[in-house]
Design a binder for this molecule. Structure first.
Ligand SMILES: *Cc1c(COP(=O)(O)O)cnc(C)c1O
Length: 360
């Protein structure tokens, strides 16, 4: 069997143990005689699966009881519209921190429904930093403040949770469950599953109950959080198989020691890679300022851009795949989510040192 270390930004690597378990249960889930894909979403087997998934997620994140967990579809991109459509209420607009690609898209979509007040932007220095909160120009009448805790494409991550007077909304698509957070500081958190949680096709939303019920009256039923909150994500058919796999991932994280243990591992993995970059004498570079270097997506360049294709093809020969950066920023990107073993990062570092020695 071909075994590679997959550094894709998403859909991304899943824990080997989870895939092996899914394989062993593929034809017969727990003696039901059925594959999870074949089950009625309202049958007792699947009800158990979604119940356990929610229970484990609540435990892992410490989600307070006045928050709903919703298992939705449409990706994080649909949340760029659903959040304003549901939370603006009678307010004219919302606040947003611009830290790169995904926050810009959230702003662009948000402008279709209201005024978007960009409180701060790091575009002036190529999105190499997160603007500190003391320079933000917040609107006291904003319905909420939206930020992107980890910019998956730019490789830029918040090292703090904003303190604001309005509900805090966060796109955590690429760092949910990678480090501990205090959910009670947030009004709403959303994440597409395919980065750090499970397969594509599932979007998680964690929303404080008092924020429900503000949706526009003409909103399609399916776009109203209240619909899904009232029906425990069973208003219509949810993404059953992705929910099942996400549930296995939650169990896996618990077995690994929970989010705290994940965070320690993630810090160690990212540390190894950034150290290799910093110690390369300029052969590898990253323009992201140290406090904001993403622990999930390590974005870097080669001093000699002409070597990039060789780097990628030789990496591939060494079983290190999907290292090409996003076309919007170029260069390299190593995504090292929870499921990337430290051994994979060590092999990448080893390869980078070798490559620099040969071509430096
Ligand atoms: C991938 C990503 C998105 C878009 O997710 P889709 O599920 O493809 O819509 C949005 N925000 C962030 C931070 C992402 O990483």
């Amino acid at each position: 069997m071909a075994k590679v270390y997959n550094f894709s930004a998403g859909p991304a690597v899943l824990p080997h143990e989870v895939l092996a378990e899914a394989q062993s249960e593929m034809l017969d889930w727990h003696g039901s005689g059925m594959c999870v894909m074949e089950m009625s979403h309202r049958g007792k087997e699947f009800m158990e699966i979604i119940h356990d998934a929610e229970h484990d997620l609540r435990e892992l994140m410490g989600i307070p009881s006045n928050y709903k967990v919703l298992f939705l579809q449409g990706g994080a991109s649909l949340q760029f519209a659903m959040v304003p459509l549901n939370l603006l209420g009678d307010k004219a607009g919302f606040d947003l921190v611009d830290t790169g690609h995904w926050s810009r898209l959230a702003a662009k979509e948000g402008r279709r429904y209201g005024k978007v007040n960009v409180v701060a932007s790091s575009e002036d220095r190529r999105y190499s930093y997160v603007p500190r909160q003391d320079v933000w120009k917040c609107d006291p009448n904003a319905a909420y403040l939206h930020y992107t805790s980890n910019e998956t494409i730019g490789g830029l991550q918040f090292d703090f949770v904003p303190e604001v007077d309005v509900p805090l909304v966060c796109d955590m698509s690429s760092d949910l469950l990678s480090r501990e957070i205090d959910v009670s500081k947030f009004g709403l958190i959303y994440a597409g599953a395919q980065k750090n949680i499970g397969p594509s096709g599932l979007t998680l939303v964690v929303v404080r109950e008092d924020l429900l019920g503000r949706a526009r009256a003409d909103l399609p039923t399916m776009l109203n959080y209240q619909t899904h909150a009232d029906a425990d994500s069973m208003y219509n058919t949810p993404a059953t198989y992705p929910i099942y796999i996400a549930g296995l991932v939650f169990k896996w994280i618990k077995e690994q020691g929970g989010v705290k243990a994940m965070a320690a591992r993630n810090t160690e993995k990212a540390g190894l890679l950034y150290h290799a970059i910093d110690a390369s004498d300029g052969f590898y570079t990253t323009h992201i300022e140290a406090p904001f270097r993403s622990q999930m997506n390590v974005v870097f360049r080669l001093k000699d851009e002409a070597l990039e294709d060789t780097f990628l093809s030789e990496a591939k020969k060494n079983g290190l795949v999907q290292l090409k950066g996003h076309r919007a920023v170029g260069g390299m990107r190593a995504s090292i989510y929870n499921a990337m073993p430290i051994e994979g990062v060590k092999q990448l570092v080893h390869f980078m040192l070798d490559f620099a020695r040969q071509h430096g």
